[in-house]
Ligand binder design. Sequence first.
Ligand code: FES
Ligand SMILES: [Fe+2]
Length: 427
Amino acid sequence: MLTAEQNVRITQTGADTPMGQLLRRYWHPIAPSAELNEENPTKEVRLMSEDLVLFRSTKGVLGLIEPSCPHRKANLSYGVPEPEGIRCAYHGWLFDETGACIDQPSEPAGSKFKDKVKMKAYPVQEFAGLVWAYMGPEPAPFLPKWDAFTWEDAWRDMYYCVLPCNWLQCQENSLDPVHFEWLHRYWGGWVQNKRLPEEERAIWNAQTLPRGRHQVKVGFDRFDYGIIKRRLLEGESEEDEWWRIGHPIIFPNLLRVGEAHPTEAGWVHAFQMRVPIDDTHTLHIVHRNFLPRPGVTYEKQDPQQIPWEERAVFDDDGKPLNTWVVGQDQSAWITQGAISDRSTEALGVTDVGIIMFRNLIEEQIRIVEEGGEPMNVHRVDKGAISLPQEYSHYPGYEGTGGPFSDQPNLKPDLVANLSDEAGVQLK
Ligand code: FES
Ligand SMILES: [Fe+2]
């Protein structure tokens, strides 16, 4: 349980807040690249409580700028893209991606007025079919190239949902493995078994029930990029990959997930990205990287044309849609309220991962407050960064576990025993 003040401290996202300052040290995905095209060259974006306009010039250069034209405040999302930038719809001032005004066609010839007009602009870059933005102090760090984003032979797609809740509710879910047994196996199973025809019911149950087995213990340890989450499922040993390798929560707001069993389309390696729109809204992006089954080759994709969709969050009755695993997660996040009241929670043994993550956030907020650089900010381009990921197939490796398949059984920093009296153990 936190105090009300602590809850405010870790959930608020504005530039003048401690968490907002910490979040601004990282690159955040804000849109699929393919969403910005000739047909729709601008997008209104709200990121960490700031309203912005993202545009793509006709030369293909992206800009992320203040929404209001500094002349007489027309919204630049209605502007017209040109080779050098975006031209305001109202009186034709032209702005480039740095926010500089580079043309004022109605001012007298030779006027230098435009040189005095500059508005806020943030750096953006495209990677893995996404547009990423950085709103922190200069110089901007490198955008880390997490493994699955870089795989040559993968096929990709993505979807996003705009959720009416704070980003931390989504991210804390990833430190809460026990929910799988209940939210997905039990409640999700109940929901799906009521609505699906028998053959589809069997498929859902075959996919979800084994993953939703009872967790005998869960473990968490800190690594360079965040926290590794481990779980020991009933009937497995500590040599099994769910425990020995685990999977990463990438600080502060990403989750990497893998898939033990290939779907028709191959093995899916996904990132779930919880991007704060503002304190009470989150852009939740699920970015999927499919690796082909043996003997299959996917068509090469243009990274700027990776398929995407915006998915509905609510049904016609205003209830959160819950017919897929992430939809069930979303239901749990949204129904906690716009900002979960952590001052009235009753945390138990199963919540040790959440407590660890909150402590890590507080530690990293303090580092920033004291003028330091928080974790997982990259000043060197490391190229593709391999992440531990249980039961996943990696290109270039036999079997599951990839570069981590020979990893000795690591001891987590924190273990919650869920099947005996021992409760929580520290390493
Ligand atoms: S309001 Fe944009 S050019 Fe006048
Ligand atoms: Fe979940």
